[in-house]
Ligand binder design. Structure first.
Ligand code: WT7
Length: 652
């Protein structure tokens, strides 16, 4: 194995489930977990028949799986309405008065919406979409702040079979434009603005800019009033949410759609080219998010569950909206940032709403540690009973802090490994069952046949590194890359035929636990979100002064990885701090603040292989090597290194 895969972690602490949690757990023991896991792989009809049978299918499936690698169809022949499962099912079961969404805005305004109210809201907005001419199969782009209407808009699309594509509210108009183009969306749902870190984000203005070229197919823009700021409304195209809603009733039958009817497209970064439109469909995605939420977050009737992600990411799709609501749980939604108006904001919310289950990311945990325990300990966190982590490997010390300071030593931690592509959690402990170790996502969930392979496709031995793969299809898997089946096939199924390549490296310890070691490609992971090096580089090269650019990640205490870019300038352009700042801002404008480089390094040349590929490995080392001597105007000179690489014939 190549040395890149050597793991330096040797964690020995083990935390068995507490007796208290064990006594109430849905699954009674590790033996029971193993039995069910085996059943899910060897008798999937029995397993999914029983588990997915808890959902409402308007017509049953005739075949569980139709697998023509790499194309899968799940619950073949079934008819299902995802929104009906997330909303109506609970109202029909007499739980209409239960709170579905508890919401807190960044400025401190609050709302509480019951399942009956949510049903009415979803039906009304579904009728609004219909009235605007949107039909099943049409794509609708959603660009919203973290308000309940974001979930309503998603569920309304699902109800009428329209395919939503949510774009994170922190992304720029350029990102909206790309996604509009790729998805062919005919409508946009947005808001005048949203609150973030005490500022107002101009969402509608960003949409206007994205639409200004006139190349999109967008005919309608539906605008929610959130901040009340001044915005332009284009007659004939733009309609206010509240005005449109006043014209419709709350009656919208939940039509059953084919199990494989597309539910949504969500864009994620790859190492090359434009973001990939990951396509998820109805029945399998619903079954996967329902089941994982139930077993991994142990959702119960009296829980207050809080996932701190944004609906613009897959975590928000699966674990703010679909999974929790399919389970009929009370889900909390918070609009703002964890440090606004103060560093204790999250813990204030946990205390106020008596949150029982909290799902957040290592990057947030590292920030809390840095801000200091005093912002945490002044709140009463005794309501918490279960903690979750997602987005990147959690550092063992951050795990320990989460366990002790947030969880009071009593809450199991579920470190959940999954991806936009997998739709639902794949590798995770089960609370009350799996003994946990800080830093590992432990074992595969039901229906997941995970393994670590070497380059020849052989399973590696204990503690040997290799490539993380999934050997069998699973219900919530992506079905394709929207509009690019070839890229789908190549990216995920081209390395080992018929086997899904996750793009992560991993090892398994002597207990079979999976330790994720990072990405095998050039994808960056900034604050738990994937960023493609190619996207950042294209943004830089779109600046008039830049000739060539290379982006790499540098280990960062808070963000996991910081973005470092190396640029060469066009002839006659002078490298200075002013330009460095301008380039940072430029990338922020083109992609969104999340991609803003932390460090801009100017170079005379970039180190390349003979075939002309930039040697990112070398740049990564340079980026990680601490401070550049002097200020940012220092030019890096890779000429000598490049010459050396050539003479040694080290092609990558
Ligand atoms: C990549 C997927 C899934 C929602 C959030 C990110 C990394 C995610 C873990 C974890 C180690 C993790 C992987 C993966 N990752 N969770 N618990 N332990 N690594 O979704 O943007 O699709 O990114 O995030 O590298 O491939 P995403």
């Amino acid at each position: 194995m190549s040395s890149d895969f050597k793991s330096v972690l040797h964690e020995t602490r083990v935390f068995p489930p507490s007796e208290e949690f064990k006594a109430k757990a849905r699954i009674s023991s590790m033996e029971e977990y193993k039995r069910l896991h085996e059943e899910s792989l060897n008798s999937p009809e029995t397993f999914w028949g029983r588990e997915a049978g808890e959902l409402k299918w308007q017509q049953p499936w005739t075949q569980l799986l139709d697998w023509k690698p790499p194309f899968a169809k799940w619950f073949v022949g079934a008819k299902v309405n995802v929104a009906e499962n997330c909303v109506d099912r609970h109202v029909e079961a007499g739980r209409g008065d239960k709170v579905a969404i508890l919401w807190e805005g960044e400025p401190g305004d609050t709302r509480s919406i019951t399942y009956s109210q949510l049903k009415d809201e979803v039906c009304k907005f579904a009728n609004v979409l219909k009235a605007q001419g949107i039909k099943a199969g049409d794509r609708v782009l959603i660009y919203m702040p973290m308000v309940p209407e974001a979930a309503v808009a998603m569920l309304a699309c699902a109800r009428i079979g329209a395919v939503h594509s949510v774009v994170f509210g922190g992304f720029s108009s350029e990102s909206i434009k790309d996604r509009l183009h790729d998805s062919g969306a005919i409508a946009v749902v947005t808001a005048d603005g949203g609150y973030r870190r005490g500022k107002v984000v101009p969402l509608k203005a960003n949409v206007d800019t994205a639409l200004s070229g006139g190349e999109s197919k967008v005919e309608k823009v539906i605008v929610l009033k959130r901040t009340g700021q001044d915005i332009a409304m284009q007659a004939g195209r733009d309609v206010w949410w509240h005005a449109a809603e006043a014209e419709v009733d709350a009656n919208c039958p939940a039509e059953g759609f084919d199990s494989e009817h597309p539910l949504f497209i969500l864009y994620t970064s790859g190492s090359t080219g434009k973001p990939k439109g990951i396509l998820h469909t109805s029945g399998g995605y619903l079954a996967g998010t329902y089941l994982t939420s139930k077993y991994i977050f142990d959702m119960r009737d009296d829980d207050v569950y809080w996932c701190t992600a944004d609906v613009g990411w897959i975590t928000g799709h699966s674990y703010i909206v679909y999974g929790p609501l399919a389970n009929g749980v009370t889900a909390l939604m918070y609009e703002g940032a964890p440090d606004t108006p103060h560093f204790g904001r999250f813990w204030e919310i946990v205390e106020k709403y008596k949150v029982t289950i909290l799902y957040t990311a290592p990057t947030a945990i590292r920030a809390f540690i840095k801000w200091g325990d005093e912002h945490v300990t002044k709140y009463d966190l005794s309501s918490l009973r279960l903690l979750g982590s997602v987005g990147e490997p959690i550092n063992p010390e951050a795990w320990m802090w989460y366990h002790q300071v947030i969880g009071g030593g009593r809450c199991p931690i579920v470190d959940t490994w999954w991806q936009t592509e997998t739709g639902a959690i794949m590798i995770t402990p089960l609370p009350g069952v799996t003994p946990t170790k800080p830093g590992t996502a432990t074992l595969p969930f039901f229906g997941v046949d995970a393994a670590v392979l070497d380059d020849d496709g052989k399973e590696v031995g204990p503690n040997e590194g290799g490539k993380l793969v999934i050997r069998k299809p699973w219900p919530s898997m992506l079905r394709t890359i929207y509009g690019d089946a070839e890229r789908y096939e190549q990216t995920y199924w081209g390395t080992y035929p018929g086997i899904y390549l996750a793009g992560d490296s991993s090892r398994r310890d002597e207990d079979g636990y999976f330790w994720i070691m990072g990405r095998i490609d050039d994808v960056l992971n900034v604050s738990g979100h994937r960023l493609g090096t190619a996207e950042v580089e294209s943004a830089l090269v779109s600046h008039a002064s830049v000739a060539e650019a290379a982006a790499v990640g540098r280990p960062d205490e808070i963000k996991g990885q910081a973005v470092v870019v190396f640029v060469t300038l066009k002839a006659g352009v002078e490298a200075n701090d002013g330009l460095a700042n301008e380039l940072k801002k430029h990338v922020g404008n083109v992609i969104g603040a999340i991609a803003r480089p932390d460090d801009v390094r100017f170079a005379n040349v970039l180190p390349k292989t003979r075939s002309g590929k930039i040697i990112r490995r070398l740049l990564k080392e340079v980026a990680a090597g601490g401070q550049v001597k002097g200020d940012t105007t220092t030019l890096e000179d890779f000429g000598a290194v490049a010459a050396l690489m050539q003479s040694q014939g080290k092609d990558e």
